[in-house]
Design a protein around this ligand. Sequence first.
Ligand code: NIG
Ligand code: FE
Length: 412
Amino acid sequence: MGKKLIGPFSQLLSLANVPVKGALSDQQLVIKEHAGILTENGKITAIGNYDGLRENHAHDATLVIIEEETVCVPGYIDCHTHIAFAGNRANDFALRNAGVSYLEIAKAGGGIWSTVQHTRNASEAELIKNIINCSKALIKQGITTIEVKSGYGLSVKEELKILRAIKKAQESIAVDLIPTCLAAHMKPKDYEGTAVDYLEEIASELFPILKEEQLSNRIDAFIEQSAFSADDIQNYFTKAQKMGFDITVHADQFSTSGSKVAVQYNAISADHLEASHETEIKLLADSNTVAVALPGASIGIGCAFTPARKLLDQGASLAIATDWNPGSAPMGQLMTQATILATTEKLSNAEVFAAITFRAALALNLTDRGRLQPGELADFAIYKTNNYQNITYMQGTLKPDQVWKKGINIYT
Ligand code: NIG
Ligand code: FE
């Protein structure tokens, strides 16, 4: 791929030099005006004043001229989704709003288990279709990297079906799908042994296939009353880590203990944290584990938001993701959710943009994306507006006009 010069942009939000941990003020955002991006082979080779770049590269680069007033931001990263599912849980939503809790619905056989039934009954082709449809909806929001969890199969065979579907979906989608194995979402109700037996079976039978077929290098577990305890998960995570998998945890959604496990295993991220209090906040802030807030789940269930302000003030790295799934978070709108969290938790623009770009990349152990600077992937979104503040102010209703992945405009 030859060189391309894209611009001029009225404003470019590079996020270069913005720290990976802790609270941020908007003064830390260096906004470049009348800027351009030079790309080659899918990567950024230069960012700078458009006229200067044009003078130096008009002879050897294709010029992609942006006529209107625009703001360019790094492509967003949705670092936590469950879009490999079938079926719908509209009835759970109605039940919750009638006063039945998420955990009560789960206990009665609804919740995750009902999506497992639908997903097991779906063909691989149907799952691929759902992953592609959801990915397209995320691309329209400016998202260029999407984490996708399994977790609605809950047997070696069914988890493999899902992870292979994610791998196949990747073939027809331009953005990067980052697969995560969440076979430890709950103990399947049709499994006769103990929770530890189930985990043992998954670790010994599924983990080697994940490596062999390169289906995932990330292992996730839901630590909660309705799922697995901190004790249950010890051998599972130890084995995963020995095999070289990255660890990530669904932690402290309704009760604490998950974040402690996450820090114990030096997890890449601990996600949810709605129930985290001072002890857990401090534990996470003092660790290298990225705290991931999932406001879509708080909105979907109607429960507390992750204490994002306290996490940041104590020094944690905070990412925000959609948690898109048919149960707790059916909305799938990253900017809307991030900015609702921002109004409630009082997050600066810098904190919001960091949380859905390079801090979200870190939650996936990726360091090649999330900022607009030389050497990183040429992933970015372009908005028709002259002020970057309008993006958060419009709370997700202002959508990008163009979305570029690895140096190509993929927005159709
Ligand atoms: O992240 N908390 C556990 N897992 C998902 C919900 C899955 C579901 O309800 O289907 C979550 O919110
Ligand atoms: Fe989740």
